[in-house]
Design a protein around this ligand. Structure first.
Ligand code: GLU
Length: 416
């Protein structure tokens, strides 16, 4: 994670929007801070018999539109400020998609790569035991995020069910399908982003079947995006990177074979003997589209943004671009699909999962895909229309659409 304070970044973006909408100062003051922040200590018995105490967070940002919703990250560099920023972005994410959900986020400072399955299970159950009074299907519904998985969600759901004395599938989303997960949740974030990319390419007049794409961050979301861009549009993935570096092949990279290489070596570097590039080199390559999927908030600052030659930035990660990076994009006329719109496919299918859990009736994959396509396409166009109406960039427009709805809900609820 970078040195940029992501919460300051999120607050700066919100203030920019507050100016555009000429929001009342009292309303702004509410939106600038989370409603509730909970910090817990989670003791875990490690495999060697010692007890380790982990710090866990849950930030409940705003629930004007519905129950708090958002993932839990297990990360060694987690801080309360990253969780706060991500909780704010979740609020805008649910709102821009028109979902009946608020925003929240959780995190645990830990290194999941150095933990056994047993230790991870005890940590996941410990997180729920520490926080169970604050979460619930109509209160706050966590989900997977960086380094948390469907298995972790299954343990959390089970622990919460044991505490409540009844099956409570709806307490978390992103569960395995056998225990109430939704079909299509696995690649929903990447797929949703690809639907917005299709619309954006249409808007800027780019033929996706001839487009060259660089993927920054070949993790869970980035690798799905790489396969889908090829499958759905016939685009050529010419570069990919992860935290160790990147590779570039102008002819295009075979994603299935790259996936095999990454599985074996845990990185994309060294693939087919290609030269190792830095992430900055990858961003500066002659491509049409950059898919920013690396979990590194503020990675694209003003200096780096100046080197980018792509026409479209597809922000699948949360907060990849700093406000001064945005200024450069505006000056250079890049079309940005802003993060909380571009990556909203995950929470949208999470919402579908909540609905299916409540009804105890499950949808087919086709139903999920077609609902997701409609939802992402509609939201992309609402944001695009707002950007034209207010003559503002796509990020500002996404904020305008999202913040307006939250403020309207706060008003009718009598909060302001
Ligand atoms: N962690 C995902 C996100 O940042 C999904 C959240 C959810 O499904 O609640 O959007």
């Amino acid at each position: 994670m970078s040195k940029v304070n992501p919460f300051e970044m999120a607050q700066q973006q919100l203030l920019d929007c507050a100016n555009i909408l000429n929001l009342d100062q009292g309303v702004v003051n509410i939106l600038m801070q989370p409603q509730k922040q909970i910090q817990v200590s989670i003791p875990v018995k490690m495999d060697d018999g010692t007890i380790q105490v982990f710090q866990g967070f849950r930030v409940q940002y705003n629930n004007a539109l519905g129950p708090y919703k958002g993932g839990i990250r297990f990360h060694p560099d987690e801080t309360i400020d990253t969780v706060r920023a991500l909780a704010a972005w979740m609020t805008w994410k649910g709102s821009v998609l028109g979902l009946p959900l608020g925003g929240g986020k959780g995190g645990v400072i830990c290194n999941p790569k150095a933990m056994s399955d047993g230790e991870l299970e005890r940590l996941s159950r410990g997180y729920v035991r520490a926080l169970w009074q604050h979460i619930g299907p109509d209160m706050d519904v966590p989900a997977p995020d960086v380094y948390t998985s469907g298995q972790i969600m299954a343990w959390m759901m089970d622990e919460y069910s044991v505490i409540s004395g009844k099956n409570q599938y709806g307490v978390v989303t992103g569960k395995p399908v056998i225990v109430g997960g939704s079909l299509g949740r696995g690649d929903a974030t990447a797929r949703g982003g690809m639907y917005t990319l299709r619309e954006a390419a249409n808007e800027v007049g780019l033929d996706l079947s001839k487009a060259k794409i660089a993927i920054l961050g070949f993790g869970n979301v980035g690798s799905f995006a790489a396969s889908l861009a090829g499958e759905m549009f016939g685009s050529r993935i010419v570069a990919v990177s992860d935290s160790k570096g990147g590779v570039y092949d102008e002819q295009g990279i075979d994603i299935a074979s790259l996936n095999g290489h990454k599985k074996k070596t845990r990185s994309v570097i060294g693939y087919k003997g290609l030269k190792t590039l830095t992430n900055e080199d990858v961003l500066a390559l002659p491509v049409d589209i950059i898919v920013a999927a690396a979990p590194d908030e503020g990675a694209i600052n003003g200096r780096i943004a100046k080197t980018i030659k792509a026409k479209i930035i597809c922000e699948l990660a949360n907060g990849p671009t700093t406000p001064d990076g945005d200024e450069v994009f505006v000056k250079n006329g890049l079309h940005v699909i802003p993060d909380f719109l571009c990556n909203a496919g995950g929470v949208t299918v999470s919402y579908y999962e909540m609905v299916q859990n409540m009804y105890m009736h499950y949808w087919t994959l086709d139903e999920v895909y077609s609902k997701l396509d409609k939802a992402m396409t509609k939201s992309y166009h609402e944001v695009l229309d707002a950007s034209k109406e207010y003559k503002i960039n796509m990020r500002q427009a996404a904020y305008v659409v999202a913040v307006r709805r939250v403020v309207e809900a706060m008003k009718v609820r009598g909060w302001v």
